[in-house]
Ligand binder design. Structure first.
Ligand SMILES: [Zn+2]
Ligand SMILES: [Zn+2]
Length: 704
């Protein structure tokens, strides 16, 4: 007997379930309800009408395209949307908050006035519903194939879904193939997903009788005694679940079982080991194929793999996790990045500074880091005169330089820039290549200015951020403006005037630049609003890099001042800004964006020289000198190897140009040019090649 296959549940329970806040009787007494649609129109419909019926009355095409419906009770203003929820157990099972916007099945009878939005495939939350429905399809398939299996839970994740199973005999790869095939059958059967209810005590008794220890646990933990427990049925399969689901299994159009992993029940190794079967689902096979193609491409571009292959950087077990060793080739790229950044800072009116890596705990107390940021810092070092801590940020140091001499309005704006090494505590096991580290280098700057100067300063920061992205070869970026939540006054430092000035100047700066941006209320740090620039890489992935961040907190804590035109003392406005964000992270993004094939101006070795034989050694020296004199980075391969092997080695290192030469080339003062990605370009006078290469470096061209 399949333990999760239950008999039909009485329709009385179904009615009970829609008691809602107003109670069961209201449904009967209220003849019509008002359904507010996104276009502003209001439909008066009989209570009990479903979203699907409303969709059909608008257009059958809309009905067919809808996945679920989003209901927002009319009394409630914007509440955190369901998309922010982690796929936690509580999110899956706990009773819905009747006051919050929520996703419901298209077949849910509407019982009260509500806003209704039909959620189609265009809505990112719709995919989660499809994926969770795919998890039910997977569990259906597993129980049909392996009826002895006990079910855990099966949530949607960011990239797909999983289901936890308990079965004494572990699944084999062949079993996964069987599950995949059986799932296709369940999808083809197009079984409607139907919500049913059962008294909690009855549900628990049945689960206990059937040895469903995990379901017993979830029902006990997430439902109240005396309540009705929500189930979803498709065909004979029934699962404890609050939904929502797609209308039927046939709506799971593209689904794939991907991997199998072990997990202990409740994360405790004393408990039985579960088998977590992962899968993913999409609206169409085409989208799924594109997803796997992207994964494959991303794996090829993984900066950790390329970092090793191209000998760019390493992380050393003996030295510790999250600490980056820049090898000569990576260090060359870093030098170019940093030189560009420093020169650009100077050109744009910044002053360069250098500050220490550690400071007394007293400084961190004054700055406040010792309080709200202590958990992200390395623990203190005890020296003879005081306790010291590694710096997690450069700001207090730049502030000390500002404070070191009196400032007048004529000195402002003051812009200090530093490529500052900072150290932050990340839990062991959370580090990830260059992207998540314990030690990194911020291209950090702090701008101190008068309130009247702030807008121009922000415009200049955005200009600078755009220059970084364009120079390093990113064509697309997205901008977010994080502002405060004025209803949550207690959580924010600074006066209302401060906030209005800061948010206003960020908005005006973005408008002046003509940049489209998304405002995210309530996302600002407690000390001020900020602009985040996220770049879009060649695979369409978003990377958070540049930040322009206001600060009302530190100028007050350090009692910063300048003497104004009126002769009085005023507090300057302070802005933190980082454009690469972290040099390490930006480098990681560059490696993946270019798949290690850096543009000529960034390539650590720009030109590889391949003399055909021993005889051409002196010509090789001549070519090498000419290229070096022209400022190009060259490597000669004068090993006693076959020409083709040497060419292959340079090609594997993704060297932009490989110059091959023998008697013919030497006689003509020429080189035979192989261009990365284009192959053999034939012979060219050496002087012509040099002029061409210098031109491309000068333009910072991304093409060869
Ligand atoms: Zn479910
Ligand atoms: Zn700062």
């Amino acid at each position: 007997m399949y333990s999760n296959w239950r008999g039909a549940v009485s329709s009385m329970y179904w009615l009970f379930s829609f008691r809602g806040r107003n109670g069961f009787l209201d449904i009967m007494s209220t003849q019509t309800i008002a359904v507010h649609l996104p276009d502003g129109s209001i439909r008066e419909v009989p209570a009990g009408t479903t979203p699907l019926e409303i969709a059909n009355s608008i257009s059958p095409r809309l009905a067919a395209a809808s996945v679920v419906a989003r209901l927002t009770p009319l009394s409630v203003a914007a509440v955190k949307s369901a998309s922010d929820e982690e796929p936690s157990e509580a999110a899956m099972y706990a009773a819905e908050d009747a006051a919050a916007p929520r996703l419901v099945d298209l077949a849910t009878p509407l019982t009260a006035d509500t806003k209704l939005e039909l959620v189609t495939e265009k809505d990112p939350e719709a995919l989660k519903v499809v994926r969770h429905s795919a998890a039910h399809v997977m569990a259906t398939a597993v129980l049909e194939l392996f009826p002895e299996t006990k079910l855990g839970h099966g949530p949607a994740t960011d990239s797909g879904f999983f289901y936890d199973f308990y079965r004494e005999k572990p699944f084999t790869p062949e079993d996964l193939a069987l599950i995949q095939a059986k799932m296709a059958e369940v999808v083809a059967r197009d079984e409607p997903f139907v919500r049913e209810y059962e008294p909690r005590e009855q549900a628990l008794a049945e689960f206990e009788r059937d040895g469903d220890f995990m379901k017993t646990h979830f029902v006990t933990k997430f439902t109240e005694p005396g309540s009705e427990v929500s189930f979803y049925r498709n065909g004979k399969f029934v699962d404890f679940c609050r939904g929502p689901h797609v209308p039927s299994t046939g709506r799971v159009k593209a689904v794939k079982v991907t991997t199998l992993a072990g997990a202990y029940w409740l994360g405790d190794e004393k408990n039985p080991q579960l088998q977590r079967v992962y899968g993913t689902a999409f609206f169409s096979q085409k989208e799924m194929d594109a997803h796997f193609a992207r994964l494959e491409e991303a794996a090829k571009r993984d900066h950790r793999v390329l970092g090793k292959q191209l000998d760019l950087f390493s992380i050393q077990e003996l030295a510790g996790a999250g600490l980056i060793f820049w090898h000569p080739k990576g260090a060359m790229i870093r030098k170019i990045m940093e030189d560009w950044m420093r020169d650009e800072c100077v050109r744009r009116g910044y002053q360069l500074v250098y500050t220490p890596h550690v400071a007394r705990v007293n400084l961190w107390q004054t700055s406040g880091h010792e309080g709200f940021y202590a958990g992200n810092m390395f623990t203190p070092m005890e020296l003879d005169d005081a306790n010291y801590r590694m710096k997690p940020m450069n700001c207090p140091f730049h502030i000390l330089i500002y404070k070191n001499s009196p400032k007048s309005y004529r000195d402002l704006p003051v812009r200090y820039a530093e490529l500052g090494n900072v150290y932050r505590y990340e839990r062991s096991g959370t580090m990830h290549g260059l992207l998540r580290v314990r030690g990194f280098t911020q291209d950090d700057a702090h701008i101190f200015c008068t309130p009247g100067q702030i807008e121009d300063e922000v415009v200049a920061c955005i200009d600078f951020a755009e220059a970084v992205l364009q120079t390093f070869g990113f064509k697309e970026f997205k901008v977010e403006l994080s502002t405060w939540d004025p209803n949550d006054r207690a959580h924010y430092a600074g006066s209302d005037d401060n906030w209005n000035l800061a948010v206003g100047s960020l908005e005006r700066a973005l408008d002046r630049k003509g940049i489209a941006y998304k405002t995210i209320p309530g996302e600002a740090a407690f000390y001020g609003p900020k602009i985040d620039v996220k770049l879009v890489d060649v695979l369409g992935r978003l990377w958070q890099l540049s930040t322009v961040q206001f600060d009302f907190n530190l100028p007050a804590r350090f009692e910063l001042e300048y003497v104004g035109e009126d002769g009085g003392r005023h507090q300057p406005v302070m802005v933190h800004r980082a454009l690469f964000g972290s040099v390490e992270r930006f480098f990681g993004v560059l490696i993946e964006h270019y798949a290690g094939a850096f543009p000529l101006w960034l390539a650590p070795v720009q030109v590889g020289l391949v003399p055909i034989s021993e005889k051409h050694k002196s010509y090789a020296e001549k070519v090498e000198k000419a290229l070096k004199d022209a400022g190009l980075r060259v490597e000669v391969d004068d090993r006693n190897e076959k020409m083709n092997a040497k060419i292959r080695d340079f090609a594997n290192q993704k060297t932009p140009y490989i110059l091959v030469f023998g008697d013919k080339e030497e006689a003509a003062d020429a080189v035979s040019v192989r261009t990365r990605g284009k192959g053999d370009q034939g012979s060219m006078p050496l002087a012509e090649f040099i002029a061409k290469a210098q031109g491309l470096v000068g333009e910072k061209s991304t093409e060869l």
